[in-house]
Design a protein around this ligand. Structure first.
Ligand code: CP3
Length: 351
């Protein structure tokens, strides 16, 4: 039942699963590894299941969500599953007019311009997303000792889609609103924090083992603006799960200059893109946090010796952190050969 609190976690898993150990900065034999966007278009079995099914529909079908989440775990033997969904699913669930257009990304029918645009933004309740609770329970029954990572979009990244109306290179409309109407901006992000908390709460109560808060586009901001306009709202989200018993991973792209601030908002694990070595990232994030990352997603197109050298370099630099979860520095590129991802898992596990 979605309303009765945390589902039964697998006894002792936190001590056994390398991903959960590394997230708590406990030693592991080898680094645990998973890939952001490991479920998706790089897999022929995903493309087959998705044929004729719109993206959002696939996220609202518990049986499809379960199967798509399991596909990469079966194929690669990754140390975690990531729940198949999207950062806009909770926005759709509360009735915002958002669609996901193939090859484009999220598109918003009526972008937010003013206070009236905030009216529809309310927290997500379990009954808004019954398929999430159902899929998590189905997955826990199938996953054995593989942890399940739940996720949501952070307030800034959600705000960017809602204000721009779609993907943006400059985030100009978003930052214009932030600078010119700071009170409206903070109300918007505060409401989005509640949306995100509600969506994560459903996943945590259903039994996910870890959560990742994606602030994918936070790297568009300088550190001062990040601290002033964004950090308090991300901190509110992460604080809501302080005592939930699930490690909190926090990730954004191009956030090398924000790593200190992003660590301070309350993450147990800070995700790093490929632009900065994990040794330097560990210095910036400081003690008390693990790191996740950070192989360049295009390294899969390099010859085997170049790829192997890059994997070794990530592992060596990652060993300077208090805990290291191997991942790409951003999501799997759709053109990636799945065989190369399987090989990367073997390289990391064989190291
Ligand atoms: O395997 C996984 O990582 C789990 C699934 C997942 C999806 N979206 C499925 C998806 C996750 C974790 C996300 C998060 C997400 N969605 C983020 C944060 C992560 C990141 O990449 O920075 C963002 C910014 C979005 C918004 C979004 N949704 C984009 C930019 C796109 C890609 C548009 C495109 O077609 O290139 C989507 C669509 C989407 N979400 C796909 C998948 C598998 C591709 C759609 C398809 O298969 O048709």
């Amino acid at each position: 039942d979605a309303t009765v609190g945390p589902g039964p976690r697998r006894p002792g898993l936190a001590e056994r699963a390398p991903l959960l150990r590394a997230a708590r900065r406990e030693p592991t034999d080898v680094a645990p590894v998973w890939f952001m966007r490991q479920a998706g278009r790089a897999l022929p079995e995903y493309r087959a299941l998705r044929a004729g099914v719109p993206m959002l529909e696939s996220c609202q079908d518990a049986a499809l969500v379960t199967e798509i989440t399991l596909q990469p775990v079966r194929r690669f033997g990754t140390d975690a599953a990531i729940f198949y969904s999207d950062i806009v699913v909770p926005l759709v669930a509360i009735g915002m007019g958002v669609d996901i257009v193939a090859g484009v990304g999220p598109v918003v029918a009526e972008p937010i311009k003013d206070a009236a645009g905030l009216a529809a933004l309310r927290s997500v309740e379990p009954d808004d997303v019954p398929y999430v609770h159902d899929a998590v329970r189905l997955l826990l029954a199938e996953l054995g000792d593989t942890p399940l990572i739940g996720f949501a979009g952070a307030p800034f990244t959600l705000a960017s889609y809602l204000v721009e109306g779609g993907p943006s290179k400059t985030h100009a409309k978003t930052k214009r609103l932030m600078y010119t109407a700071p009170d409206l901006w903070h109300s918007l992000l505060d409401r989005l924090a509640d949306v995100t908390i509600g969506f994560l709460r459903v996943q945590v109560d259903a039994g996910i083992d870890a959560l990742q808060l994606f602030d994918s586009w936070a790297g568009a901001l300088d550190e001062g603006d990040y601290r002033r306009y964004v950090a308090p709202h991300s901190a509110k989200v992460l604080a809501a799960f302080e005592d939930a018993g699930v490690p909190r991973i926090h990730f954004g792209v191009n956030t090398g200059e924000l790593l200190t601030a992003m660590g301070e908002v309350g993450a147990d694990v800070v995700g790093v893109d490929w632009r900065l070595g994990l040794d330097e990232a560990a210095r910036r994030v400081g003690p008390g946090r693990a790191l996740q990352g950070n192989l360049d997603p295009t390294a899969v197109f390099a010859p085997p010796d170049v790829l192997a050298e890059k994997v070794r370099d990530v592992l060596l630099r990652g060993s300077k952190a208090e805990g290291h979860i191997f991942n790409l520095g951003h999501g799997v590129i759709p053109e990636t050969d799945p065989g190369v991802l399987a090989h990367i898992v073997d390289l990391v596990h064989g190291a």
